[in-house]
Design a protein. Structure first.
Length: 474
């Protein structure tokens, strides 16, 4: 084995990192065939909704489906459900019912004369009990082209049940921009259900940002769900909140009235939660640059602690951030494709519960839930690194880089979770043991590939991913 010493070790290590993490540009979106590949929403233990889009409305469509066991054995389907709309518009929705819990299904969407337009795709119904894994992303802004890196990486994940998306799928309520989401995301949506929250950009008028908001046409037709709703999986509750107020001219910020109008419903959902609760909404309660929680969302924040939630997910501020407030982890996962913002603005305050944050790192949060042991494990993976905040070409991290790790309780007496700095503790006050993985840059073109400091056992690593230890010049 060659040993590196002195300055040469730094140069050779940097070269090795550069060679191993080459700049790869995924294929650009191509919606020229006039279709968006099908996706699955509204999944439960016994049902799911299959949706697809075609440029020229047409009828006669069907969804054929079977369990994976049946299809893989016989190469055919044993159930067929027709599109119930005799005169469908561009969007088609077909409900599948009477399914078996915790079962993988294969399905094929087709109609006379369209054979071969769509491939066979899969999804899994929710289990009645037992552990499961989901992924959280937000602010893909797919038309800006960076989302392709995240979607490609997620498509290679294994044993994922569904994707939780916090909104801003495209920059405007525009068919062309939304096509990029389903084109870039086709691979990840080929196997996992999609559960969605609405973002402020879903209301952005295609004719100009200063014009009145749209009715969020693409979002409403693509996902078809009400804007605040809940669902249960394996006894764990997920609550989706509606933070953007379309009547607010400054839609960058939520409004107290809009949030408070949902508070009674939120309290009901929290009070009856069985084995833990995850909440997702677009605008974050906590973010870097604000010393306190967002006052407009205070009615929600109060309830998050009165009926303690397992964790809160948000987007909107294009970074990755994690906070700990009285033992509750708050994640900002807005690093899935939108142009990034800085976390080092001079003079802006750092909230007391701030634990960790980064920018210019495209990624996703993988969460594994184990209800029987009352635990959840959250791992943030970076998949590509940008030189500039709005660059559209990135340096791919292959395999994805584990950047942040946290184990926390689903429900019970709140304690500061392992690896969490806790409410009132800043990163400077928690530099050592128990801190999350920290990210650093080597400062050269090769060093722009972000690497992680090893501060926990390699035995905790997901088998598909890797840690990289940086070599920094003195």
């Amino acid at each position: 084995m060659m040993r590196m010493t002195g300055k040469s070790s730094v140069m050779e290590a940097a070269l090795l990192i550069l060679v191993c993490s080459v700049c790869i540009v995924p294929v650009l979106a191509d919606g020229s065939n006039g279709y968006w590949d099908p996706w699955v929403t509204g999944t439960t233990t016994t049902s799911a909704t299959i949706t697809w889009w075609q440029e020229s409305p047409g009828s006669g469509w069907t969804v054929q489906y079977a369990t994976a066991g049946y299809y893989d054995t016989y190469g055919t389907f044993d159930h067929t459900v027709p599109d119930p709309d005799p005169n469908p518009d561009n969007f088609h929705h077909v409900d599948l019912t009477g399914l078996e819990p915790g079962t993988t299904y294969r399905y094929l969407v087709g109609s006379p004369g369209t054979n071969g337009v769509f491939p066979v795709r899969s999804f899994q119904t929710f289990p009645a009990s037992g552990p499961f894994t989901f992924i959280v992303i937000s602010d893909t802004h797919a038309n800006e082209q960076r989302f392709r890196y995240v979607a490609d990486a997620i498509s290679n994940e294994k044993d994922v049940l569904f994707i939780l998306d916090g909104g801003d799928y495209a920059s405007r309520d525009n068919e062309t921009e939304w096509a990029d989401y389903f084109t870039y995301g086709s691979g990840m949506l080929a196997n996992y259900s999609l559960m969605t929250a609405i973002g402020n950009h879903e209301y952005h008028n295609d004719a100009g940002d200063n014009l009145p908001p749209t009715e969020a046409y693409e979002y409403s037709n693509a996902y078809g769900n009400v804007l605040n709703y809940s669902f249960d999986c394996s006894g764990v509750r997920f609550i989706v909140m509606d933070s953007p107020d379309p009547l607010n001219p400054d839609d960058e910020n939520p409004t107290p009235a809009h949030a408070e109008s949902q508070a009674a419903w939120l309290e009901d959902r929290l009070a009856s939660s069985p084995s833990g609760t995850f909440v997702i909404h677009h605008h974050p309660v906590w973010t870097h640059g604000h010393a306190t929680a967002d006052a407009a969302l205070q009615s929600w924040e109060t309830l998050f602690h009165e009926y303690p939630v397992s964790a809160d997910f948000a987007g909107h501020i294009h970074t990755y951030q994690r906070f700990s407030v009285d033992g509750i982890p708050y994640f900002v996962v807005a690093n899935a494709g939108g142009g990034f913002v800085t976390l080092t603005d001079d003079g802006k305050p750092t909230p007391p519960g701030y634990v960790y944050g980064s920018t210019k790192q495209l990624g996703y949060l993988r969460v594994t839930v184990d209800p029987a042991n009352n635990t959840a494990t959250a791992d943030e993976y970076y998949v590509a690194s940008l030189q500039d905040y709005n660059a559209t070409t990135a340096t791919v991290l292959n395999p994805p880089l584990l950047a942040d790790h946290l184990v926390f309780p689903l429900k019970g007496t709140l304690q500061t979770p392992a690896g969490n700095a806790g409410s009132g503790t800043s990163p400077a006050a928690n530099p050592g043991g128990g801190s999350p993985l920290r990210i650093t840059s080597l400062g050269s073109p090769a060093g722009n590939v972000m690497t992680a400091l090893l501060n926990r056992s390699l035995s905790d690593l997901h088998p598909r991913h890797a840690l990289r230890v940086p070599v920094s010049p003195r």
